[in-house]
Ligand binder design. Sequence first.
Ligand code: MD3
Ligand code: FE
Length: 213
Amino acid sequence: MSEGNGNAAGRAVPRVALGGAVLYPGLLDPAAQAALVEDLRAVAAAAPFVRPVTPRGQPMSVRMTAAGRLGWVSDRKGYRYAPRHPGTGAPWPPIPAAVLALWRQVTGLRREPDCCLVNYYGEGARMGLHQDRDEADFSFPVVSISLGDSARFRIGGVERGGPTESAMLHSGDVLVMGGAARLAHHGIDRIAFGSSTLLPQGGRINLTLRVVA
Ligand code: MD3
Ligand code: FE
């Protein structure tokens, strides 16, 4: 009998981990991961990945695009949510239906996310410790979906400079940051480039789903 991460009721079994975050290891099976990658090819065709610069002009190592009503953008003017792609000027493509279904599955919310940020980590890319606080209502959780190469994820507390802990995130893992974890500092130390064959060119994609307004 193969139960995977499901149970008799067909629900995924979560693990509470890392400062109140809830991790669903391997919630997406390999076929679902591959289907999501295909959905993301269509997103990236309509809204190409860009390499954002920080407000101080430093290029980020992570490449980004987005789907949904709003995308998160960063440039010399600052970072913010914007209704259009910074390069093409077009509205962001819709969030893929499978992504919205996953959001409903793990949050139980009828409210849809406004933003599906798509981060791509090539070899050597990382994301420093930060908080996600550009959104209006922190009572909504943030949902993260990992695809491709494994990554070392780090999470600390709400206050800057406190103790942190780390864990590996693997392809198909889904992380729900709600409650006290919503304002926790977090980042990606490094990816294990080449640890997955999901993406032909290697690397890691992370989707983060957020209610913004
Ligand atoms: C903890 N992305 O896009 S996902 C980000 O893997 C971001 O690309 C990382 O941090 C990535 O802002 C980490 C896990 C994650 C996402 C959102 C969170 C952790 C979070 C929001 C609050 C606390
Ligand atoms: Fe973040």
